[in-house]
Design a protein around this ligand. Sequence first.
Ligand SMILES: C[S@@+](CC[C@H](N)C(=O)[O-])C[C@H]1O[C@@H](n2cnc3c(N)ncnc32)[C@H](O)[C@@H]1O
Length: 223
Amino acid sequence: MQIINTSDGSHTIYLPEIEEQYHSVNGAITESNYVYIDRGFKYHPAKNPVIFEAGFGTGLNCLLTAVEAEKEKRKTLYFTIEKFPLSKTITSQLNFGLLISPKAQTLFNQIHDCIWNEVVTISDYFSLKKIKADLIDFSFEGHKKFDVIYFDAFGPDKQPDMWTPLIFNKISKATEIGGILVTYSAKGEVRRQLTASGFKMERLPGPPGKNQMLRGIKKEAKI
Ligand SMILES: C[S@@+](CC[C@H](N)C(=O)[O-])C[C@H]1O[C@@H](n2cnc3c(N)ncnc32)[C@H](O)[C@@H]1O
């Protein structure tokens, strides 16, 4: 596992065994803001959104959402799942807070230091539950419904078992009608599977280095 610099100066993590990064090498903060914050969080009209993130990773999406929630004064409840939490040795070296603001650095530390598997109040506008589990066999039965999904697994070519009808169907079931799903992937197969799971999908221009990304709106309880 290596910490590397991306084009906008922000860090990401490179995993040599699967030759995959946690974010785009064309800018981790840039990509995360573009895909998840601008086309996900900011796009959804809910005053108090409930968010689900597939793949907590470095906590970057989580941090940027906490920062934006404060800025917009939207009380946000954020659920995120992670099978392989990063060590403190790694997360304490990441430069996201440093690049954003001292306040963001404090939020980043709180986000990483808080307990797993419990809802924790991070700030006036941001509560977080980090779920330490495998998304593949995780059940959303009885779970609070989501308004916004950040689907941020490793790429479908690198980790195909995270991009399956099984996973998309259970996420769809756990999403409010009118809820939205955003992902950096623009693969045709992903779009087709999400459509079959009840999302009306659209292709949007992608972040730097990517032609397209996907956004879906939950239309119907098909499954
Ligand atoms: C692209 S990275 C996520 C980046 C993250 N959203 C961020 O802001 O840094 C994908 C994440 O999915 C996690 N992951 C892989 N397989 C998983 C599984 N079966 N269940 C839950 N998380 C998984 C990885 O450990 C990794 O942290």
